[in-house]
Design a protein around this ligand. Structure first.
Ligand code: F0G
Length: 455
């Protein structure tokens, strides 16, 4: 029996498809062996992402009906702005249609050619925005020690940051970004201690500190669970401490906004906000809707209140932990400890006979699809590998991870048990699995469109 219980009951339902083994094989081949290209109608359980896939609450749906669709000065914006200000303490609030729009606008304003952005790990879209601005994205995740689970594996390596700042390239560092939680690095939280340390270094060198706050509430909850001295604090209070330490944030609200679309930039710096506003108007829309409908802003305002509820966050953490335990029992090398938004599996360990250039994480995810029409995402060499500028084989990603992302409030324990059964099937035939080669690929963010072929 699962060790957690969903703190909600179900009010609206949506049937899920059950494609046959033959249909799954055909769908995967037609998709060029890239799960992003498989239509959702051929998926039974979709753990591709926790982004934009949440089930909204009755309160959110009812708020949507009162959305104010005025072009300028909508009531819904006022509500959204108030909720964000009260949550973050940042006076300047700009809505955008999703996280990458926020990144493009803010980083495009901060960075110039040759500047460096340092992060615990830039998410792929963040890195793309840094590079589009002519900057260099430097990842300094805290080092992982083999076999020693780190409660704050999302931390930034402060020693490495101090070294970089006082070294030859120190003058090029234009901003420090903490991605909370660290999605590209196992969904692990960043500790308050680490944020304090980053703040101190930033102050010493006159550099701004920003949060990529897409999963700020989950990070805050994991601090209450794991960091000494904060067990009695509410996740909302911890979130405020996190925001207090930074100069501003951006977020994809498709995660901890518990809504299907939306994002934001929130800042202290009025002048920077004014510059961002100009681009917002050019690319997203008037500053009181920023590419969203009034009803979206209503759903987000309500979602941002619900997401810091302790019962909800406890369920998020406990369900991920239970799911991770079940996958480990099924034989998968699960990254420990689990975070909230996903369980990560090291496919490189399970499929150590497949070299990184032959995409072991993709091989695992594709086989999981064939086993039960379960869709997970690869976060290995297809996503994070570097292209060799001289046309040689890819430089592998540090790890070949597969992410089982957990959409918010969507799947129950029995859905997750079904996934565990499918994963067990894949483990049983791990030694027979073969890798993939890339037939066609685009530039940055190649994973979304690449066409592959089994080797
Ligand atoms: N930052 C982080 C930490 C993210 O995880 C994402 C998206 C973004 C920024 C970009 O936001 O999608 O709204 O434009 N992550 C999704 C994922 C896509 O599946 O992890 P977006």
């Amino acid at each position: 029996m699962p060790s957690f219980m969903e703190p909600f009951r179900i009010k609206a339902v949506e049937p899920i498809p059950f494609p046959t083994a033959e249909q799954r094989r055909a769908a995967l081949a037609a998709a060029g062996y890239n799960l992003f290209r498989v239509p959702a109608r051929a998926i039974t359980i979709d753990l591709l992402t926790d982004s934009g896939t949440a089930a909204m609450s009755a309160a959110q749906w009812s708020a949507m009906l009162s959305g104010d669709e005025s072009y300028a000065g909508a009531r819904s914006f006022e509500r959204f702005e108030l909720v964000v200000r009260e949550l973050t303490g940042y006076p300047e609030v700009l809505p955008v249609h999703q996280g990458r729009a926020a990144e493009r606008i803010l980083l495009g304003n901060i960075l110039r050619l040759g500047d460096i952005s340092v992060s615990n790990t830039h998410f792929d879209s963040t890195r793309a925005s840094v590079e589009a601005a002519g900057g260099e994205a430097v990842d300094l995740p805290v080092p992982a020690y083999e076999g020693v689970p780190n409660q704050f594996g999302g931390d930034l390596d402060l020693e490495a940051l101090a070294e970089l700042l006082s070294g030859r390239s120190g003058h090029r560092v234009r901003c420090v970004v903490l991605t909370v939680t660290n999605n590209a690095n196992g969904g692990q939280p960043v500790s308050l201690l680490n944020i304090v340390g980053a703040r101190k270094l930033c102050d010493e060198h006159g550099i701004p500190l920003y949060l990529d706050a897409s999963r700020f509430a989950e990070n805050a909850y994991l601090i209450t669970e794991r960091e000494a001295g904060y067990a009695e604090n509410s996740p909302r209070d911890i979130a405020r401490l996190m925001f207090d330490l930074a100069d501003g944030c951006w977020a994809s609200l498709k995660k901890d906004g518990i809504a299907n679309i939306g994002g934001l930039i929130a800042l202290r710096d009025e002048k920077l906000a004014a510059r961002c506003c100009e681009q917002l108007i050019a690319f997203e829309g008037f500053p009181t809707y920023g590419g969203l409908a009034g009803r979206d802003l209503e759903a987000l305002a309500q979602g941002l209140l619900e997401v810091t509820e302790p019962d909800y966050l406890r369920y998020r953490a406990e369900s991920a932990r239970w799911f991770g335990e079940q996958l480990a029992l099924a034989g998968l090398p699960v990254l420990q400890p689990t975070g909230c938004h996903a369980v990560y599996v090291d496919a490189g360990l399970l499929l150590d006979h497949i070299p990184a250039q032959q995409l072991p994480a993709t091989a695992f995810a594709n086989e999981l699809y064939l086993a039960g029409a379960v869709r997970a995402s690869e976060l290995g060499t297809l996503v994070f590998g570097r292209r060799d500028p001289d046309g040689g084989p890819d430089i592998p990603a540090p790890r070949e991870l597969v992410r089982f992302a957990l959409p918010r409030r969507v799947y129950t324990a029995s859905h997750l048990e079904y996934v565990v059964d499918a994963a067990e099937e894949v483990c049983a035939k791990a030694a027979q699995l073969r890798g993939y080669r890339i037939l066609r690929q685009g530039g940055a963010l190649r994973q979304f469109t690449a066409i592959l072929e089994p080797i």
